[in-house]
Write a protein that binds this ligand. Structure first.
Ligand SMILES: NC(=O)c1ccc[n+]([C@@H]2O[C@H](COP(=O)([O-])OP(=O)(O)OC[C@H]3O[C@@H](n4cnc5c(N)ncnc54)[C@H](OP(=O)(O)O)[C@@H]3O)[C@@H](O)[C@H]2O)c1
Length: 109
């Protein structure tokens, strides 16, 4: 097991979850970040079975305060890798897309 942690935002599904599984295989300890705590806990439990230590941090990264809080929580943690993956996309005609969703996308991404 490596001494440093890989911090993965958006670890509760998709690409972030795949990164978590791969970095666990490579021996990293993990910090799993997203909004859906149940999914992060389930992943942490799964990876624990193969010996990976994970910290679960729930945060809505569209909120500036949550980002600052995350930075504070990570201060004592030896971070080796950051996979800054949390986010989402939207598609369709610009005039027809939901402006609020667009703004939230910019905030998260
Ligand atoms: N898949 C593609 O083809 C593709 C193409 C281009 C770019 N990307 C980008 O790659 C990243 C991962 O994509 P994916 O396909 O794996 O998407 P996904 O399965 O929808 O995963 C997105 C992850 O981001 C997290 N997330 C979303 N909003 C968040 C928020 N406000 N605060 C904290 N976490 C948040 C989600 O967790 P919670 O919902 O639990 O918070 C989830 O874990 C995204 O940034 C996406 O825009 C993907």
């Amino acid at each position: 097991m490596k001494k440093t942690y890989a911090v993965i935002t958006g670890a509760s599904s998709g690409i972030g979850m795949a990164f978590a599984r791969q970095l666990a295989v490579e021996g990293y300890r993990l910090v799993l970040v997203a909004r859906r705590e149940n999914r992060l806990q389930a992943l942490a439990e799964e990876l624990k079975k193969s010996g990976t230590e994970s910290m679960v941090i729930t945060a809505d990264l569209s909120e500036k305060e949550a980002c600052y809080r995350l930075m504070q929580q990570l201060e004592p943690v030896p971070v080796g890798i950051l996979i800054n993956n949390a986010g989402f996309g939207d598609c369709g005609s610009f005039l027809e897309t939901d402006a609020e969703k667009e703004m939230q996308m910019i905030d998260v991404n």
